[in-house]
Design a binder for this molecule. Structure first.
Ligand code: MLT
Length: 201
């Protein structure tokens, strides 16, 4: 997968996962705000939808191609494994930061693997799959940033995601803004505070 890697002084690596139409550099300013000392692995999704990069196919807005989502989740997991060997970052110290489509595949990584991620910051994420048994996530805290008026993601869906993660023993922190699907400075700043409480920065 297309990617960029920047070595930082701390042991942690932030895995940056963009929204639809973004690329591996989109979330660099967020990484700077959340964990300026972490290494950074920004990855670009392999799917193109009308020329816009995504991490997996969808059948329509909000309706995922589940077979492709599962395939792409495994592909991303393997890519992190391979790149940790190439760049010598600690594989068990990877924290995802995803927005929208990128948050959805980060959530799917959590749904599939007990220890692909050491934690995750999910901005405006949906429930990636339903009727799925999650692994034990007691070692993977999750921060969820959501908008009360998100036209793409009903509040009930965000709560469903948080509930599923909690049922799998994840420690979940929710941040609710008054707005919609856009990323807000407040939710990123709160994510930085949450990060500092959970990981060495
Ligand atoms: C998705 O397809 O992952 C969600 O609808 C979010 C988006 O990318 O628009």
């Amino acid at each position: 997968m297309e990617h960029i890697f920047k070595q930082g002084p701390s042991d942690q690596t932030l895995l940056l996962l963009h929204g639809t139409g973004g690329n591996e550099r989109d979330l660099l300013p967020l990484a700077e705000m959340i964990a300026p000392n972490a290494s950074i692995l920004g990855v670009r999704g392999n799917i193109l939808e009308n020329g816009m990069p995504r991490f997996f196919r969808r059948l329509s807005e909000g309706v995922f191609d589940e077979e492709d989502l599962i395939f792409r989740t495994n592909e991303l997991h393997q890519t992190i494994n391979d790149l940790s060997e190439r760049y010598k970052f600690k594989r068990d110290q990877v924290i995802a930061v995803g927005y929208s489509n990128g948050a959805n595949i980060a959530a799917s990584l959590l749904y599939h693997y007990k220890d692909s991620l050491k934690g995750a910051i999910l901005f405006h994420a949906m429930v990636p799959l339903r009727g799925f048994t999650l692994p034990d996530l007691s070692e993977a805290p999750v921060y969820i940033g959501a908008g009360k008026r998100d036209p793409l993601i009903p509040a009930a869906e965000t709560k469903e995601l948080a509930d599923e993660l909690r049922k799998a023993n994840a420690e979940v922190t929710e941040h609710w803004g008054e707005g919609g699907h856009e990323l807000t400075r407040a939710e990123v700043e709160q994510a930085g505070i949450w990060y500092g409480e959970h990981f060495t920065s």
